[in-house]
Design a protein around this ligand. Structure first.
Ligand code: KIV
Length: 275
């Protein structure tokens, strides 16, 4: 079944949980799509897990378009949400609409995601007016790492919790089709989920959200950087890959690979004429 912003909204109404994973390339997106995951996020976590940056701040629109287009070529049914990278929307509503449009037009995304609360209501309203669905992202917003003073759980004080609730309500009112919450205490995320009529997607926000998202390299233990507490390891693919790379190196150095079965043949007659 094709996933759309409408089917995701229906899922919340029916009490069906929404699954989402990140992807950044064609072959991974195809596997995730074939596994029946509802939505794929081409996150700007691309910067960390694919491009080796220490944070997401250096990711460009060109990076996002390039990887979103690759993901889109691998998907039949998943809803593709692409991140607006740092400084592609913050400076003006015009930038926000123009760059959201590029992710859809050039990257073939179905929707875009942007980080921030109430301050971004005008941006979301304008993007939605251009018929582009927007997923809002609150709580820990990695593009604000310098302002937040690090990667920390958000909304723990009464004031901060109230602000997150107000932000979520304002973002829904602005037209966001979903609200992603990152690193938010589970009970607060549950309150926000109950208050909103659009689906909430959590990452480090507990089981009460309408859906969950994980960075795929994290859940497959492929990424050797910092692994947050909210990640569950579903397979040790990193170790499996490293073992395979070592076996390959070993077989190449011993002349075991390539074997007969990996080579192309040619008629003896042709070879004899070459001597
Ligand atoms: O960029 C990303 O992968 C994200 C997730 C952490 C939600 O925004």
């Amino acid at each position: 079944m094709k996933n759309t912003v409408v089917t995701l909204s229906q899922a919340k109404k029916k009490g069906e949980k929404i699954s989402m994973l990140t992807a950044y390339d064609y072959s991974t997106a195809k596997l995730i799509d074939e596994a029946g995951i509802n939505a794929i996020l081409v996150g700007d976590s691309l910067g960390n897990v694919c491009l080796g940056y220490e944070n997401t701040l250096s990711v460009t629109m060109e990076d996002m378009i390039h990887h979103t287009a690759a993901v889109s070529r691998g998907c039949e049914n998943a809803l593709i949400v692409s991140d607006l990278p740092f400084m592609s929307y913050q400076a003006s509503v015009y930038d926000a609409v123009k760059n959201a449009g590029r992710l859809v037009k050039e990257g073939r995304a179905h929707a875009v995601k942007l980080e921030g609360g109430k301050d971004f209501v005008p941006h979301i309203e304008a993007i939605v007016k251009a018929s582009i669905p927007v997923m809002a992202h609150i709580g820990l917003t990695p593009q604000s790492v310098n302002a937040l003073g690090g990667f920390k759980v958000q909304g723990k004080s009464l004031e901060a919790a109230r602000k997150l609730i107000d932000d979520a309500l304002a973002l829904e009112e602005a037209g966001a089709f979903a609200v992603l919450m990152e690193c938010v205490p589970a009970r607060l995320a549950q309150i926000i989920t109950d208050k909103l009529s659009v689906p909430t997607i959590g990452i480090g926000a507990g089981a009460g959200c309408d859906g969950q998202v994980l960075v795929y390299q994290d859940m497959l233990a492929m990424y050797s950087g910092f692994l947050p507490k909210f990640v569950k390891k579903y397979a040790d693919i990193g170790d499996i890959m490293k073992e395979a790379f070592k076996s390959y190196k070993d077989e190449v150095s011993k002349g075991i690979f390539p074997g007969e079965e990996n080579m192309f043949s040619i008629d003896d007659e042709v070879i004899q004429k070459l001597y």
